[in-house]
Design a protein around this ligand. Structure first.
Ligand code: CP
Ligand code: NVA
Length: 300
């Protein structure tokens, strides 16, 4: 593994190795054992979109690994004034040991990897959010044990979260059901791959998708960059909410996961979110441990 651009680039063994390492780093954190695998190393963090979890967990994670993280906003970087990504990649590769980037187009992340000579980590694009799904798989495994054969249902927009959940869950042998309105399906090529390589369903029927789920997942109806579509999306997604009726279809001990931030009363009811707050906030915590594992594997 040279980069983390999207989960479909990884093998099942690579994903499980990251989860094992994340578990170990988490356990060491809880026991106060330090693990300075990245002493003297620097991670650049480029954010073209807002972030709470990704920014703080990468920065703290790098500190805990003995290295440092630099927050690079496009307002300050020359990228914001049009310096091409191929030049930025070649320059930053000479100072840094790795780059985490959150941006719009997946091609920008792929270009950084192509033109630079250091590991690139995708911290969210319109297409994928691999770091989030590593934390999600870690959280499911902590509570359910073996991932193989477990069913994850995603309710909502077929964009970055849905795409990465499909890739990650199918790779580790989980079943995936997506419930989304017509016109908001996940990436077509990824869905084809999922159907050929595992048990996969994409339907408009939320209750059907939720049947016997071990984990029910949702995400906002309007993602970052889609703010002007918010009203139209509220209409399109009105039946696509994780609520008590949907949870009644899932297994009685089903988990609820949300990448956060959450919009109570839209994609999830306040009641379901609060009933599953332990899982959802542990999932957020696990971003820290999972990303530390990624940085150790890529940069140590
Ligand atoms: N889930 C997630 O990536 O959160 P942030 O947007 O706060 O980083
Ligand atoms: N789909 C959301 C995920 C946020 C973590 C977005 O892209 O805004």
């Amino acid at each position: 593994m040279k980069h983390l651009l999207k989960l479909s680039d990884l093998t099942e063994a690579e994903i499980l190795d990251l989860l094992d390492l994340a578990d170990r780093l988490k356990d060491e954190n809880k026991r106060g054992i330090s693990h300075p695998y990245l002493a003297g190393k620097s991670l650049g963090m480029i954010f073209q979109k807002s972030s709470t979890r990704t920014r703080v967990s990468f920065e703290v994670g790098m500190y805990q690994l003995g290295g440092q993280a630099l927050f690079l906003s496009p307002r300050d970087l020359q990228i914001g004034r049009g310096e091409p990504i191929e030049d930025t990649a070649r320059v930053l590769s000479r100072y840094l040991d790795g780059i985490m980037i959150r941006t719009f187009a997946q091609s920008e992340v792929e270009d950084l990897a192509r033109f630079g000579s250091i590991p690139i980590i995708n911290g969210l694009t319109d297409y994928a959010h691999p770091c989030q799904v590593l934390a999600d798989l870690m959280t499911i495994r902590e509570r359910k044990g073996d991932l193989r054969g477990r069913k994850l249902t995603f309710v909502g927009d077929g964009n970055n979260m849905a795409n990465s959940l499909i890739a990650g869950c199918i790779k580790v042998g989980m079943k995936v059901a997506i419930a989304c309105p017509k016109g908001y399906e996940p990436d077509a090529e990824l869905m084809r791959w999922a159907s050929e390589n595992g048990e996969f369903l994409c339907t408009e029927d939320v209750l059907l998708a939720a049947r016997d789920a071990d984990a029910v997942y949702t995400d906002v109806w309007a993602s970052m960059g889609q703010e002007d579509e918010a009203a139209e999306r509220r209409r399109a997604f009105s039946g696509y909410q994780v609520n008590a009726e949907v949870m009644a279809q899932a297994k009685p001990d089903a988990m609820v996961l949300h990448c956060l931030p959450a919009h109570r009363g839209e994609e999830i009811t306040a009641e379901v979110l609060e009933a599953h707050a332990d899982e959802i906030f542990e999932e957020a915590e696990n971003r820290l441990h999972a990303q530390k594992a990624v940085m150790v594997r890529l940069m140590a």
